[in-house]
Design a protein around this ligand. Structure first.
Ligand SMILES: Nc1ncnc2c1ncn2[C@@H]1O[C@H](COP(=O)(O)OP(=O)(O)OP(=O)(O)O)[C@@H](O)[C@H]1O
Ligand SMILES: C[C@@](O)(CCO)CC(=O)[O-]
Length: 510
C-alpha cells in the first residue's frame, strides 16, 4: 500500500476559500502512487475496490498526523522577549487519528484519553455566524498573530458545557485543549465541514517542558489543513520550496492554537514541532513571522532528560518573568541580554568546524554555557527545588552540566553527559533519581517534524491483510497499552528506522 496524501498544486489552491469545501478541490482523490489524478474520482474508486477497505467517507479515508515534542537547549523565556533560542525536536510524539463520519452525522468530537477528555459538539450549533463574518473571516494562508476577543467570547458557551462533573482543575485543562481546537476548527472550517472524530494519543509527558501542547497544536493544524485539501504533499518528489510553504502554513495555524493555550507563546515550540530537526529561532516583531534558521548538522549531543514529575504551567511561568521584568526592567533586561549571548556563543561553538561532540573539550564548552544559562534562569525565578536537586546530584558526582528546559517551575532538566564517567557513577545517579521519584527519558534529538499517514494503514508485521497492511482501528488505537503500545501500533519509527507509510515534508534543499 503506497497511497499518500493527495497533492494539490499550490497554484491551484492559492485562491481557494477555506470556509467551505471548494467544489473543484472536493473531487480530488488518491491513486496508487500518492498523486492526485486529474479526474480524481474514478481512480480513487478503483483503488478502493481493489483494496476492499472500509471507507468512513467516500472522499476521505481515516488518516493520522503526528508531530514531535522538543527540548529547548538554550534561550527559553528570553525567546518570549525577542531573543534567540536553540531548540531541537525529540523522538517522543503526539498522534492524531482523524475519522470522517457518515454524511448524516453532524457532530465533531474530541477524544483525548491522556487527559480523560471526551466531548462532542453539534456542528450546526457552533458560532459560524461570528467566525464567518466578513470582518473576521480568515484564510488558510493568513498570518494570524493575535487572538480575536470576539471569537474567543463566541466559543465560551461551547466550552462551558465540557466535563461538568470533573474537578475544576481538570475542567480548566479540558477547556484549554478544547478552546485551541475549536478556535482552529471554526477559523478554518465551515458549517459544511463533515462530521469528524479526532482521537489523540501522545507519548510526550504533559506539562513537562517538552512541548506537549505545541505538538498537539501542530497535529490539529495539519489535520484541518489536510481535510480542507489545502496542502500539497507530503510526497517524495515535492520541491523543497513547495514543502517549505506547506510547513509554514501548518506552523502559522499551530501558533494560533498555542496562543489559545498559553496567551503569549514565542512560537519556538510549534516551529520545532512542525519542522523537526533543530533550529535557531527568534521573533523580534510579533506582527511578523519569526526568523527560523535550521541547524541541519546539529550534533548528536549525549543528553540525559530527567522529568521532575512536578507539574507546571507554561502560561504561569511566562507571566511570572513578564511581571519581574515590569518590576525591574533594567536588571531583568540585562539577564535576558546575557541569555541571548549564551545562545549565540553556543551557536558559534556548535557551528565551528573544530566542534566534535565526542570530544570532552568541545562538550565542556557547551556544558559550561548550559550551566550559565541555567543560572540565569534561576535568577529569573523559574527553577524549582526538584530541578535544583537534579543539578545537585549531577554536580556532586561530576557527571556533566545541567539546565532546566522549557518553561521551568518543574518539568524537565537536560544534562549534557561527560563521556569520561564510569558506568557505576551513572548507575548510582539512576538509582538516586529513581528513589526520589524522578523519571528519565532517553531521546534522540533532531528527528522528523510533522508527518502524515494517509490513509491510516500500516505494516506492523501483525494482523496484516492480503495487501500487507493493517488499517489503524480506532479501538486498537485507544486501547494501545502505554507509550510503548502507541509506538508499536502507529509509531513513526519502528526499531529506529522510519516506518513505511509515514510521510514528511522535506524542506532541506541539500
Ligand atoms: N496528550 C494530551 N492530550 C490532550 N491535551 C494535551 C496533551 N498534552 C498536552 N495537552 C494540553 O497541553 C497543556 C500543557 O501545556 P504546557 O505548555 O503547560 O506544557 P508543555 O507544552 O508540555 O510544556 P512546555 O510548553 O514548557 O514545553 C495541557 O494542559 C493540555 O491542555
Ligand atoms: C518558556 C518558553 O520560552 C518555552 C516553553 O517551552 C515559552 C515560549 O517560548 O513560548
Amino acid at each position: 500500500m503506497t497511497t499518500s496524501v493527495p497533492s494539490t498544486p499550490d497554484s491551484a489552491i492559492s485562491d481557494m476559500s477555506v470556509n467551505g469545501f471548494h467544489d473543484g478541490v472536493e473531487k480530488l482523490s488518491i491513486n496508487g502512487n500518492g498523486h492526485t489524478n486529474g479526474n480524481g474520482h474514478a481512480a480513487g474508486e478503483t483503488q478502493r475496490r481493489k483494496t476492499n477497505r472500509k471507507q468512513s467517507n467516500a472522499m476521505m479515508p481515516a488518516f493520522m498526523v503526528s508531530a514531535p515534542g522538543k527540548v529547548i537547549v538554550f534561550g527559553e523565556h528570553a525567546v518570549v522577549h525577542g531573543k534567540a533560542a536553540i531548540a531541537a525536536s525529540i523522538s517522543l510524539r503526539s498522534y492524531l487519528l482523524v475519522t470522517t463520519l457518515s454524511k448524516s452525522r453532524r457532530t465533531v468530537s474530541l477524544r483525548f484519553p491522556d487527559i480523560d477528555l471526551a466531548h462532542t459538539w453539534n456542528i450546526d450549533e457552533l458560532p459560524w455566524d461570528i467566525f464567518q463574518h466578513p470582518s473576521k473571516k480568515k484564510s488558510y494562508y493568513d498570518l494570524v498573530t493575535t487572538l480575536d476577543p470576539d471569537l474567543l467570547a463566541a466559543l465560551q458557551p461551547h466550552l462551558a458545557e465540557i466535563s461538568p462533573h470533573k474537578s475544576e482543575d481538570l475542567r480548566k485543562i479540558h477547556q484549554n485543549s478544547a478552546r485551541s481546537f475549536l478556535y482552529l476548527f471554526c477559523s478554518l472550517g465551515s458549517q459544511k465541514f463533515p462530521g469528524c472524530l479526532y482521537t489523540l494519543r501522545s507519548t510526550i509527558p504533559i506539562g513537562a517542558g517538552l512541548g506537549s501542547s505545541a505538538s498537539i497544536a501542530v497535529c490539529e493544524s495539519a489535520a484541518l489543513l489536510l481535510q480542507l485539501r489545502t496542502l500539497s504533499g507530503p510526497h517524495p518528489d515535492q520541491p523543497p520550496e513547495e514543502a517549505r510553504l506547506q510547513v509554514e502554513r501548518i506552523n502559522r495555524w499551530a501558533f494560533v492554537a498555542e496562543m489559545c493555550m498559553h496567551g503569549n507563546p514565542s512560537g519556538v515550540d510549534n516551529t520545532v514541532a512542525t519542522q523537526g530537526k533543530a533550529v535557531v529561532f527568534q521573533r523580534t516583531d510579533y506582527g511578523k513571522p519569526p526568523s527560523v534558521r535550521p541547524l541541519w548538522d546539529f550534533p548528536e549531543l549525549p543528553l540525559l532528560l530527567v522529568d521532575t514529575k512536578q507539574p507546571k504551567s507554561t502560561a504561569f511561568e511566562v507571566a511570572k518573568v513578564a511581571k519581574l521584568r515590569d518590576t525591574h526592567p533594567k536588571l531583568v533586561g540585562s539577564l535576558l541580554e546575557s541569555i541571548d549571548r549564551v545562545t549565540r556563543s553556543a551557536n558559534e561553538l556548535i557551528d565551528d568546524d573544530d566542534f566534535d561532540s565526542e570530544e570532552l573539550e568541545s562538550l565542556r564548552k557547551v556544558g559550561e554555557l548550559m550551566s550559565i544559562n541555567h543560572g540565569l534562569l534561576v535568577s529569573l525565578g523559574v527553577s524549582h527545588p526538584r530541578l535544583e536537586r537534579v543539578r545537585e546530584l549531577v554536580d556532586h558526582e561530576g557527571l556533566g552540566w545541567t539546565k532546566l528546559t522549557g518553561a521551568g517551575g518543574g518539568g524537565c532538566s537536560i544534562t549534557l553527559m561527560r563521556p569520561d564517567v564510569s558506568r557505576e557513577k551513572w548507575d548510582r545517579l539512576e538509582q538516586r533519581l529513581d528513589a526520589e521519584g524522578y523519571s528519565k527519558f532517553e531521546t534522540i534529538l533532531g528527528g522528523d517534524g510533522v508527518g502524515v499517514l494517509w490513509p491510516a494503514v500500516l505494516k506492523n508485521g501483525m494482523d496484516e491483510d492480503e495487501e500487507g497492511g493493517m488499517e489503524i482501528d480506532l479501538e486498537n488505537f485507544l486501547n494501545a497499552p502505554g507509550n510503548d503500545g502507541v509506538e508499536k501500533l502507529v509509531g513513526v519509527h519502528s526499531g529506529g528506522a522510519e516506518r513505511e507509510g509515514w510521510k514528511f515534508w522535506r524542506v532541506e534543499s541539500h
